[in-house]
Design a protein around this ligand. Sequence first.
Ligand code: HEM
Length: 214
Amino acid sequence: MEQPSRRIQPKHWLLAVVHLGSLVPLARFGWLAWQGQLGFNPVETALRASGRTAVLLLLLSLAITPLRKILNLAIVQPLRKPLGLYSALYAGLHFAAFAAWDYGLDLGLIWLEFTQKPFLLLGLGALVILVVLALTSTRGWQKRLRSGWRWLQRSVYLAAVLAVAHYLLAVKGDLFTLQGDYTRPLLAAGALLLLFLLRLPGLQGWLQDRLRRE
Ligand code: HEM
């Protein structure tokens, strides 16, 4: 009789890696804060670290389905949800750093910032979508919303577009002449464009064929 395998399923390993990897930036930030090493402007450090991590995790969560389809890697599919949830967590922390730490929850001042800096409205749009998706990601909501749930989940792409646009416009520089530090936001925009291209069935089929032949 075949002995039941005592090895941990790769899925669990992968999930553990995703949980640990997603919490590393938070732990690192806590450690640096503890050591008093958040630099000259700790709020800016917090905003940058949380915003960048939120975008990175969002892009990784969007990369899961193309990875599964093109490389035929079903094993990665369960990673999509935790990556999306961690992205929403970091986006929430990012907003908390902005509203509570930077502006001391002064609603008048916060409102003024939103009316004067349009890139904040893009961030707000992304945040609202990510929070709604996180709250409705349970099986209960999936049943309640039926086919509407899948449509709602697709708005994650809109959240990504808004977040990357917010990232590009947050740079203190000139987007048209690219004077300023645009390297990271442009890399994020390029990655998002690639993810959109990988959704095209024609390109997916072509890549699958090529990879199978090799
Ligand atoms: C109401 C919602 C949001 C507010 C008020 C907000 C606010 C800000 C502010 C003030 C900055 C400039 C920080 C600096 O001085 O350099 C910033 C940058 C940034 N935000 Fe947001 N944000 C919001 C939502 C989001 C969301 C949802 C994401 C990602 C999913 C995000 C990602 C980023 C990124 C990547 C940066 C640039 C960090 C860098 O300079 O490298 N933000 N945000």
